[in-house]
Design a binder for this molecule. Structure first.
Ligand SMILES: [Fe+2]
Length: 390
């Protein structure tokens, strides 16, 4: 084990060090509490054995600091002292100490107590490994759901994948969301529209203004349908609740419950806003520089003002990033005569069909549309920005 020993009495320090090295432990020995505290912050130890009474930083204070530090592993703490009244022991334990030894130290007893610590540390390590395994499975399950969505419908799956990414980005920006919630935010975004599975294509590919009354009703059912599926897995119950509420609105005019901003969980608000942004860009095909005016209309109505402000910031960053490149991707259906290809076009089989720097005439555009119909190429190509309106 990796053990840090702290004692201002040089004789005790040397005796303990030599003895524990002989027991095959890796020993670091220091003679004051402050030095020990700075070492604990720099590198990991399995165990700290500390004297109680030391000048400046004493053993109790050292143990308290270690327990209050947000370390991502457990350090087993043994306090050594000549103070052995019940009150002393209680105050030591309250400081987060795991075990307590009184001077003069019996080395065999010390060894036995170190073995207890070793058992607890190995249990803690096993627990941590199991937890990481569970967390890994959890993410794999979520990603599997998204892949299934993509198999069911490529556009819907792509929407969910992008919304997951955007939710994570929003969660990181939001001051009221702590790090522990980031994974939940991303997971909820990734599966938020899982309730669309099994519904007619029109329900998730049409604009809501084009819905028939039956389609509208089906659309409004998808948050609850999704939530019902997800809540069957215990670990996904918190995500299910977010999914159920992702179409609620800040002004209380959403569905299914019509609750307002004060009652909608923050993560559900993020998912709703991220999904709206993605629909604007990829379903309604709103140009990036027109996004701000669409978003502004929702500020304080559909979504909380601070969330809209974050989306506006993200949108500006995307515009800046796009400006840094001299080409952009355009859907083949939206190509116009005179645009100039910035990259070669190949069939999915790898065969070359059109070269970069070719100005597009109507014949070439028709040819590309034919290839898309045959599913021989993807539906987007890259053109130089200065050859097209953005
Ligand atoms: Fe939705």
């Amino acid at each position: 084990m990796n053990i840090l020993i702290v004692d201002d009495d040089k004789v005790t320090l040397s005796l303990l060090s030599k003895y524990l090295k002989r027991q095959d432990h890796a020993i670091t020995a220091v003679s004051d509490g402050s030095q020990a505290w700075s070492l604990v912050q720099q590198r990991p130890f399995d165990m700290v054995i500390s004297d109680w009474l030391m000048p400046e930083l004493d053993g109790i204070e050292l143990c308290q600091r270690i327990r209050n530090a947000s370390l991502d592993y457990y350090i087993y703490l043994i306090l050594i002292s000549s103070q052995d009244t019940r009150a002393d022991i209680v105050s030591g334990l309250k400081a987060g100490v795991d075990d307590y030894l009184t001077k003069p130290i019996n080395l065999e007893e010390l060894n036995a107590r170190i073995e207890i610590g070793q058992r607890i540390i190995s249990l803690e390590k096993r627990l941590k490994k199991n937890y990481q395994e569970i967390a890994r499975n959890y993410y794999q399950t979520i990603h599997m759901f998204t892949q299934l969505l993509e198999v069911f419908d490529k556009k819907l799956g792509g929407h969910c994948r992008r919304v997951g990414r955007l939710c994570l980005q929003l969660a990181r920006m939001h001051p009221e969301i702590d790090q522990g919630q980031y994974a939940k935010a991303e997971a909820a975004g990734l599966v938020h529209d899982i309730g669309m599975v099994g519904l007619p294509v029109a329900v998730y590919s049409k604009l809501s203004t084009e819905f028939t009354s039956e389609e509208k009703e089906l659309f409004r059912s998808h948050p609850e349908r999704g939530s019902l599926v997800l809540e069957q897995v215990d670990m996904l119950k918190p995500v299910a609740r977010i999914v159920k509420l992702h179409h609620e609105q800040y002004n209380g005019r959403g569905f299914p419950n019509g609750i307002d901003g004060s009652q909608i969980p923050l993560l559900a608000q993020l998912v709703g806003a991220a999904s709206f942004y993605d629909d604007l860009r990829f379903l309604r095909k709103v140009a990036l520089d027109e996004m701000a005016q669409h978003l502004q209309r929702t500020r304080g109505y559909q979504f909380a003002p601070e969330i809209v402000d974050m989306l506006l910031e993200i949108n500006i960053n995307i515009i800046e990033k796009e400006k840094a490149t001299n080409d952009r991707s355009v859907e083949i259906d939206r190509l116009q005569e005179g645009m100039v290809l910035s990259r070669n076009i190949y069939l999915k089989t790898g065969a070359f069909i059109m070269s970069a720097d070719s100005p597009l005439g109507n014949d070439a555009i028709d040819k590309l549309k034919q290839y898309v119909k045959l599913k021989a190429i993807t539906d987007r190509v890259y053109v130089y920005k200065d050859s097209s309106r953005s």
